[in-house]
Write a protein that binds this ligand. Structure first.
Ligand code: ZN
Length: 165
């Protein structure tokens, strides 16, 4: 396993659409392992492959319960609404308010290329939406209400810092 460099906003690769994974090769497994090491090192909730410079449809999410590996994920159901702070490991030191569905169901393939489904609400639903947007080359900064803010200012104001994806 190895830490990978997290690509930051301004890097063109974050704006490109990802390709589907056809087969989980040893190289794909290595990417996934490295993504987890990189995610935990950065203290994040989720990471998408393009954030480490790989244009493949791979997302990992760990909101503190179970780590999830989503290959070729697609949202097949969503409902409700949540409005809250969101951050991104590719946009360090910033956060903004984004409205997302409060519930999503995602179809994906696991590491054995078996088709699975995952349901999430609240933070997990937000993380799924945020990470899947990365696979389409979309960043949350284009969806924020009232602009981007500095995490430092929020901490000074005594608010809880939101987790970064
Ligand atoms: Zn992100």
């Amino acid at each position: 396993m190895a830490l990978r460099q997290i690509r930051e906003i301004g890097d063109e690769i974050l704006l490109k659409p990802c390709r589907e994974v056809k087969e989980v090769t040893p190289r794909v497994r290595e990417i996934i392992d490295d993504m987890f090491e990189t995610l935990y090192d950065a203290d994040g909730v989720g990471l998408a492959a393009p954030q480490v410079g790989i244009l493949k449809k791979i997302v990992i999410i760990d909101t503190g319960d179970d780590p999830h590996i989503l290959i070729n994920p697609k949202i097949i159901e969503s409902s409700g609404e949540q409005t809250g702070n969101e951050g991104c490991l590719s946009v360090p030191g910033k956060y903004g308010v984004v409205t997302r569905p409060n519930y999503v169901k995602v179809a994906y393939y696991d590491e054995e290329m078996q088709q699975k489904e995952l349901e999430g609400t609240e933070l997990l639903a937000r993380a799924i939406c945020h990470e899947l947007d990365h696979l389409d080359g979309k960043l949350y900064v284009d969806m924020v209400e009232n602009g981007l803010h500095d995490v430092e200012e929020m901490e000074e104001a005594g608010e809880q810092a939101e987790e970064t994806e």
